[in-house]
Write a protein that binds this ligand. Structure first.
Ligand code: ZN
Length: 488
């Protein structure tokens, strides 16, 4: 059968209009079938797909195959755009974490309007994987299917987010991650941050923490970083070596022993989830030491001033943020990487400053807000289900705060019984309610009935599968607001 038949089946209304693609003598597309989406395939390529069955569309014979892991791998082999790649070298990159495996279609629809933006469509941390009972393979395959369904030909990435040890990093790379975000938080010794100069010098000497190479590189020089002057006393260097020495050794080891050897993934060094904001002098110290040791990060995520809590706007002084971002971005430019902003969901008040000060060269990660939009649709279309979810989250909120730092005040959330069904979506305009629903995603998805079957999970997915267009539209609008304020 000729591969151009694959385009003739566009006359069948069940076929996704942007999906048909050709590879050699073969063609493939995706269509809606009663039991879920199916890959339709012709030619020799069909042999690559498992669980095939014949199907007649527009009077022609094809084979179709379900969305299994093996069939996702077959798509990635036959159609390279269905596979992730290293893409952080592009100026504007955004992490679009999709905890539910349902958001990429809406993201792709939005990205068609922003041709200069390159997305990380698959992005999940170990914490998110375990709270959603998913694997890296699930995350990748969901993105692959969306990319194929929507015929998205741009480079896209796969971020093993917030990984903390070699085993997880190797697993993530073996699954196909094209970006590794190394969470260095556990290797930062914050207890040294406020010691006196004398103590810092004595302790650094006792622990041999400060090397001659560091002193030679950074002592006695005033560095001019686009007008910002940075210099170090020997006590500063001793203090920073105590705080960051272990972290630098850790990042260097991961880079040398895994990332540089394999050369299949962009490397991000992340220190965002620590208590103390990263000062420009600390950032410059870290950058200079990483580069001196041969580490080549694509991105670095400092801990910015103020608070970047999940799913709500920036808390803090936007003017201070912009002043500090100016220096952070200048340091990144000097050392040849991009600033990465984590917890970027809904940080509308600082997006313009990020765009300005990075000169439009940045990586911004979002995740939770994509899930919140899915929950907002439930509140609008399935009020009874929403009330059940909301009450369950309220009763189990404490379990969720183990995983996330938030300042949620449950008493500020309007009592559900005072709200009409039509008023339920307004809860998503209220920060405390947003955070309640946001951080409880794991609690809600894993909640079980007495017979150990899922309490909500199946009902939620059934609902979302019946509202894919609404969800895509909601994401286009909401993430679109992010991109516009980021100058995309
Ligand atoms: Zn982070």
């Amino acid at each position: 059968m000729m591969n151009n038949n694959i385009f003739k089946i566009l006359e069948d209304p069940s076929v996704y209009g942007l999906s048909p693609a050709v590879s050699g003598d073969s063609g493939a597309a995706m269509r809606r079938a009663p039991e879920g989406d199916m890959i339709v395939v012709t030619g020799s390529l069909a042999a690559e797909f498992e669980c095939r069955r014949p199907v007649t569309l527009c009077g022609m014979e094809f084979e179709e195959a379900p969305l299994t892991a093996q069939n996702a791998a077959a798509l990635r082999r036959a159609f390279p755009y269905c596979a992730p790649s290293k893409m952080l070298k592009n100026a504007k990159t955004v992490g679009l974490g999709d905890r539910l495996g349902l958001a990429s279609d809406g993201h792709i629809a939005l990205l068609r309007k922003h041709e200069d933006v390159y997305p990380v469509l698959a992005q999940q941390s170990m914490r998110e994987l375990s709270l959603t009972s998913r694997t890296y393979a699930d995350v990748l395959n969901a993105a692959t299917f969306a990319v194929f369904r929507q015929g998205f030909r741009r480079a896209w990435g796969f971020d093993g987010d917030h990984l903390k040890n070699k085993r997880d990093i190797i697993d993530a790379l073996n699954t196909g991650c094209t970006m590794i975000t190394l969470d260095c938080g556990e290797h930062i010794r914050g207890q040294y941050a406020k010691v006196s100069d004398e103590e810092a010098l004595a302790e650094a000497k006792r622990l041999c923490a400060l090397s001659d190479d560091t002193v030679n590189a950074l002592s006695g020089v005033v560095f001019d970083v686009e007008g910002e002057k940075i210099s170090y006393t020997e006590a500063d260097l001793a203090r920073f070596a105590l705080v960051y020495g272990d972290m630098l050794d850790f990042a260097t080891d991961i880079w040398q022993s895994i990332i540089a050897l394999r050369n299949t993934a962009d490397f991000e060094v992340s220190i965002d989830e620590i208590e103390n904001p990263t000062s420009p002098a600390e950032h410059f110290f870290i950058a200079s030491e990483l580069i001196r040791r041969g580490v080549r990060p694509a991105t670095v995520a400092p801990r910015f001033c103020g608070e970047f809590q999940k799913g709500i706007d920036f808390i803090g002084d936007p003017a201070q943020f912009e002043r500090e971002m100016k220096v952070h971005a200048a340091i990144a430019r000097r050392f040849g990487y991009k600033i990465s902003v984590h917890s970027g969901s809904d940080k509308f008040s600082v997006f313009p400053a990020i765009a300005r000060q990075t000169h439009g060269v940045f990586h911004v990660k979002t995740a939770g807000t994509n899930y919140l939009e899915a929950m907002r649709i439930i509140s609008a279309h399935a009020p009874d289900l929403y009330r059940e979810l909301h009450n369950y989250a309220l009763a189990h909120f404490d379990e969720a705060t183990v995983y996330y730092h938030v300042t949620t005040d449950l008493s500020r959330i309007p009592a559900l019984e005072t709200l009409t069904d039509a008023e339920l979506p307004s809860l998503f305009e209220q920060n405390d309610a947003r955070q309640l629903i946001h951080i409880c995603y794991g609690v809600l998805l894993s909640a079980k009935k007495e017979d150990n079957t899922p309490l909500f999970r199946d009902r939620l997915y059934e609902f979302w599968r019946g509202h894919t267009d609404e969800y895509a539209k909601a994401l286009e609008r909401h993430i679109g607001r992010h991109l516009e304020l980021l100058g995309c």
